[in-house]
Design a protein. Sequence first.
Length: 95
Amino acid sequence: MQVVADVQKWLFRRMDQGWKSGAEAAYATKCTQVSQYIKLYSGDDYIVHFRYSGLLTTAYVTMLYGVGMPVLFPIAVFTYAVYWFHEKYHMAYNY
């Protein structure tokens, strides 16, 4: 779902720029008000409670059932890596 939201945001920004590229797209906009421009080009609200609950759920399930199913520990490491890369990407490009 996040990829779809990122592509949609990119598409709306490109439509606002008139599909220009490079240096000419840096200042091109069809927005007539500052509030429209800010809404289009600012990032989403940083909602930490969804991300935090996902991390806690992963840790809880891994520690509860990991003794019986040791494969959960590598899966949890992979899940935390995906969360980490996802956060780094969104902090750098969307917020």
